[in-house]
Design a protein around this ligand. Sequence first.
Ligand SMILES: C[S@@+](CC[C@H](N)C(=O)[O-])C[C@H]1O[C@@H](n2cnc3c(N)ncnc32)[C@H](O)[C@@H]1O
Length: 258
Amino acid sequence: MAKVTGSNFDDGFTQWQDYQQAPWGRLRYRVARANLQHHLPAPPARILDLGGGNGLDTIPLLKLGYTAVIVDFSQEMVAQGQKLAQQEEVSDQLTFKIGDATNVDFEQNKFDIILCHNLLQYVEDITAVLQNIHQSLRPGGIFSFMITNPHTETLAYALRDYDLAAAQENLTKSTKYIETFNTHIQRYTDEELKEMLQACGFTLLEQYGIRAICDFMADNERKFDPDFYEQLEALELAVSNQYPYKLLARFYQFICQK
Ligand SMILES: C[S@@+](CC[C@H](N)C(=O)[O-])C[C@H]1O[C@@H](n2cnc3c(N)ncnc32)[C@H](O)[C@@H]1O
């Protein structure tokens, strides 16, 4: 398998931005932000967003008074994030570092909050990055970790697409091809992830699920209807920490404390 680099994400940026603006992309950021708000310390506090891309999780937080560092190895993601930070007039609270998230060297206990959203499925040694995050977080600090849920794909192939062969095949695959970035991701169950978090010294405060409903609905056109979207968003917000929905959602979001 070819090693993934910043170019994979540079090349996929246009498609990535389309995704972010689509109803399912907007839901992803909206629900993550609502979940985070239950746990974040009040500003001012220092955030590290590892693999933060073009900043859609972090930039709204800066408007509340936090400061942040985004580390990302894609030049294009960073350039677009800088542009957005300027538009939103928060550039003076945000530093971008172009670099490899698997090799960052921050001083210990530096950050009050660390976000790592949809990065770790792309790296080979997930545990090494989690250990590094743990070191960079201050004692009592908050870590928000988001990653794809492999079970949702099986269900979506079957229930949304009626593709039972793909659903069957998906049960035994440990990687998945991501067309937007022309690379494969690793897949982990929530049990595996929770064990890793515990082994690295984190305490799990809450497990959430993001998009437990939207991804099983075949009619994407309806999701663009503002009234329908509003109802869908309210439902997704209501179920994101409820069993069994959170176990079936497109993304797991684990909020942990050091
Ligand atoms: C799927 S995007 C998620 C971006 C952002 N966290 C979000 O959820 O909006 C993955 C991001 O991780 C970055 N990335 C992947 N592997 C990386 C690595 N080893 N070092 C730094 N950045 C990496 C990519 O450039 C991309 O911006």
